[in-house]
Write a protein that binds this ligand. Structure first.
Ligand SMILES: Cc1cc2nc3c(=O)[nH]c(=O)nc-3n(C[C@H](O)[C@H](O)[C@H](O)COP(=O)(O)OP(=O)(O)OC[C@H]3O[C@@H](n4cnc5c(N)ncnc54)[C@H](O)[C@@H]3O)c2cc1C
Length: 392
């Protein structure tokens, strides 16, 4: 039986960021770690691919630049927020970047290997049990024994199930399509580096928005479109996401029959949730991301950067109970940011159309002021970014 001190389940952004942060902070532990991944990179993952400044900051904390990753990306310089007939713009250069997940995640996994951490692909964890201070993980390559298991296996992960945590179901729903930029809105999206967020479907029970993002696939510009339904108010009627997506496509002059629709849930963070057991903890979407915009990549990276030092500390102390993990997470910068977004989502997707109109108008004014803080922060933060024009 193979024995490792730390086994990470899932080589998405959270698992890779955690492994990279461990390798950076405790190089002596690199040989004691193993990352298990069910798929083989580059693997498909339904995702819009928007990486914000939060993700950039996390990458930098891992000692990575976009040049190191060498991943094609589309910078977004303009955000257009729409609600009914009202709309406003937010023009901030490099407000976020759009990557394609198979390529981005494969690049992260390559960095993990480059730093000497063992990564076994095509090796799904099928179950796990705890006995005598060890976790025993069943895999097709046999049982792996670990002192610490880090569940970074996403919204439908097995680690969360094995831990039998007493959490409520906090799941958002998303559907998306990728298509060539043939209609006028798609062309504007791609050529003007613009991302659209349309909250009008709130009237059709969507607790979220529909989006249009510019993207790149195999060197060609494409447009990514989808519906995000946070379900922060889970007792309210469910929207028919397929209908909403079809309506959105028809409004843009696209026949829904011509596109392949992909759907996947997202799990969102509950400040009162439980995310650990002795010798095991959850990070990334396995724990929960933010339900306001459904931004998960950047938060998954942030989880990895935040939690790795806590695991190192626990190993040094010899206390692997992780009894304080929930509180520590909740009061960390990451946890406070996640909690703020949960509250904002509950506020934004709360009530009647009149209430939405009220916050919508206020949001427009607030963002005009907030823009200057973002520009100032980005001016400070983004000095290491490649120059504009890497796409197209
Ligand atoms: C349609 C859609 C659009 C989205 N758009 C955006 C966006 O534009 N921007 C954004 O920031 N976020 C977006 N998200 C959210 C984002 O994709 C996720 O939040 C993010 O991928 C979470 O990263 P993670 O590393 O925690 O989990 P994942 O990326 O899901 O990685 C989990 C990894 O674990 C592996 N795994 C699973 N089970 C096992 C097992 N049993 N054994 C071993 N390995 C296993 C999986 O193969 C996977 O590689 C979107 C999500 C959806 C569904």
């Amino acid at each position: 039986m193979l024995t490792r001190t730390v086994v990470v389940v899932g080589a998405g952004p959270a698992g890779c960021a955690f492994a990279l942060a461990m390798a950076r902070k405790a190089p002596g532990l690199v040989g004691e770690m193993l990352l298990l991944e069910k798929a083989v990179h580059p693997r498909e993952k339904p995702c819009g691919g928007g990486v914000t400044i939060i993700g950039e900051r996390a990458l930098r904390a891992l000692g990575l630049t976009w040049d190191d990753l060498n991943v094609p990306s589309v910078p977004v310089h303009h955000l257009r927020f729409v609600y009914e007939s009202r709309a406003f713009s937010w023009d901030v250069p490099y407000i976020f970047r759009v990557i394609r997940r198979p390529v981005f995640d494969a690049a992260l996994a390559a960095q993990v290997r480059k730093r000497g951490v063992a990564l076994w692909e095509q090796c799904p964890v099928q179950g796990m049990t705890y006995e005598g201070g060890w976790w025993y993980l069943d895999t097709p390559r046999g049982t792996v024994r670990a002192r610490v298991v880090v569940g970074a296996d996403g919204a439908k992960g097995v680690v969360r199930k094995a831990l039998r945590l007493p959490n409520r179901r906090h799941v958002s729903r998303l559907v998306e399509v990728f298509m060539p930029p043939e209609d006028p809105l798609a062309r504007e999206t791609v050529h003007h580096h613009t991302a659209w967020f349309d909250f009008t479907p709130i009237h059709h029970h969507v607790q979220g928005y529909v989006w249009d993002f510019p993207a790149v696939e195999d060197g060609h510009p494409v447009v990514n479109r989808g519906v995000f339904d946070s379900r922060v108010w889970s007792h309210r009627p469910r929207a028919n996401l397929a209908d909403i997506l079809h309506t959105m496509l028809r409004e843009r002059g696209v026949s829904p029959n011509r596109v392949r629709v992909m759907g996947h849930p997202e799990r969102w963070y509950d400040p009162r949730g439980v995310y650990s057991r002795p010798g095991a903890l959850l990070i990334g979407e396995a724990a929960g991301i933010e339900p306001m915009l459904g931004e998960g990549i950047s938060f998954a990276l942030w989880y990895g950067v935040t939690v790795a030092p806590w695991v190192i500390e626990a190993l040094e102390r010899g206390d692997l109970s992780f009894a304080d993990y929930n509180a520590r997470l909740r009061f960390s910068e990451l946890g406070r940011h996640l909690t703020l977004r949960v509250r904002l989502a509950q506020f934004a997707y709360a009530r009647s159309p009149a209430f939405v109109r009220f916050w919508w108008t206020s949001l427009g004014r607030f963002l005009q002021v907030y823009k200057y803080k973002v520009l100032r922060d980005m001016g400070r933060e983004n000095l290491g970014l490649p120059a504009a024009g890497d796409w197209p």
